[in-house]
Write a protein that binds this ligand. Structure first.
Ligand code: SF4
Length: 82
């Protein structure tokens, strides 16, 4: 399991999640529309869920149906930047 950042983050990128993530699994470049969680780095602690002010973070098994594409999107960003 890993956690996933979904649509509400787009255009927000608050960054509070970054500050509470122990392994630095949440990353984004200035030109990214949102932040991403790198699944191979995520420890599944859940701290980012509470930190997010817009409710953008879910465990992958709990991602709402309409945002399922974000599971692959977070993983793809991680892979392209290894
Ligand atoms: S669940 Fe924990 S380790 Fe994973 S991204 Fe969120 S804060 Fe980081």
């Amino acid at each position: 399991m890993a956690y996933v950042i979904t649509a509400p983050c787009i255009g927000v990128k608050d960054g509070a999640c970054v500050l509470v993530c122990p392994p630095n699994a949440i990353r984004g470049r200035p030109d990214d529309p949102q932040l991403f969680i790198y699944p191979e780095v995520c420890l599944d602690c859940g701290a980012c869920v509470e930190a997010c002010p817009v409710g953008a973070v879910f465990a992958d098994v709990d991602v709402p149906e309409e945002w399922h594409d974000f599971i692959a999107l977070n993983d793809a960003k991680s892979r392209e930047r290894r």
